[in-house]
Design a protein around this ligand. Structure first.
Ligand code: IPE
Ligand code: IPE
Ligand code: MG
Length: 284
């Protein structure tokens, strides 16, 4: 999709990215700062995910991908992994309700085979029961690693070549994309990582080739409130938007947070539009 095709909301003049990818980070540090166990940070983080799904759907974002558990996260303590699995179980059920009431389609990427049977069933149910929803697609990356995804894709591709279903000479970038977990999902336009780290941690290595990156020092459980202050601090641009959209000024800061990120993205797009046009930015 070209920049010119992106949805520009009349109300705000914001360019809504089609696909936002999120590395939610900092749950543990958020809890530690408050003298709480890491699990408390994960619980609060889940609340933020829920709110973000609703915000993103309301804003007209078509795809929201959230990195929930990496292939490397199994190396955490048995207690923490166990607590994360329990939370996941709970949210699989809760998400079904949220997805239904927001017309959201849910899809999981990553290698689900490593999870317990009941979790795999929960994932299958969630995908099956929301597959006809026509609103936003919420993609959850669990037991996901970019290298693992590419390795699994190569395994399937070589097997298909061996059995004559695929001709190695005709493998293109599009063919590779179609073997990834994200086949049928456009590449992210915007990547957000919270909590100050500026690395990919094995997230969507192939798909993020051309995305804009946005890093914020705010811990994930605080994402909604503090990002507002952070993005708006000392920058005239925010004031402009607030004046234009008076209605949001004293309203729900959660809603503002996503809007301001989109504003940041809009401004970047405006600056980069000539460059992108020149190099012919490619979207799947
Ligand atoms: C992100 O928060 C959640 C998961 C990776 C499951 P962290 O648990 O990584 O929190 P920090 O980075 O230790 O603060
Ligand atoms: C990245 O966060 C993975 C997820 C958000 C699920 P981590 O906190 O696990 O990443 P590193 O280990 O700091 O790179
Ligand atoms: Mg972390």
């Amino acid at each position: 999709m070209e920049n010119t095709d992106k949805i520009i909301t009349e109300e705000t003049n914001l360019v809504i990215p089609e696909h936002v990818a999120l590395i939610l980070d900092g749950n543990g540090r958020w809890a530690k700062k408050r003298g709480l166990p890491r699990t408390a940070g994960h619980k609060q983080g889940c609340v933020t995910v829920e709110q973000t799904v609703e915000d993103a759907a309301r804003l007209g974002i078509k795809y929201l991908t959230v990195y929930g558990f990496s292939t490397e996260n199994w190396k955490r303590s048995v207690e923490e992994v166990g607590a994360l699995m329990q939370l996941f179980r709970y949210y699989l059920k809760r998400l079904l309700k949220i997805a239904k009431s927001n017309n959201v389609r849910v899809k999981m990427i990553g290698d689900r085979t490593r999870f317990d049977r009941d979790i795999i069933e929960g994932i299958d149910t969630l995908e099956r029961e929301t597959k006809n929803n026509t609103g936003m697609t919420f993609v959850i990356a669990v037991n996901y690693g970019g290298r693992d995804e590419i390795t699994r894709a190569i395994r399937r591709m070589t097997a298909d070549c061996k059995e004559g279903r695929l001709d190695s000479g005709s493998v293109t970038e599009q063919v590779v994309s179609s073997y990834l977990d994200t086949a049928d999902i456009p590449d992210p336009d915007l990547l957000i990582r919270t909590s100050g780290e500026q690395r990919l941690s094995n997230f969507l290595l192939w798909q993020l080739a051309y995305s804009e990156f946005y890093f914020t020092p705010v811990a994930w459980p605080d994402f909604n409130k503090k990002i507002f202050l952070n993005v708006s601090h000392g920058k005239g641009v925010t004031l402009k938007v607030m004046l234009k959209n008076e209605i949001y000024i004293n309203q729900d800061l959660q809603d503002m947070c996503m809007r301001l990120l989109i504003l940041h993205y809009t401004l970047k797009q405006e600056r980069n539009i000539t460059n992108h046009a020149k190099i012919g930015r490619a979207h799947v």
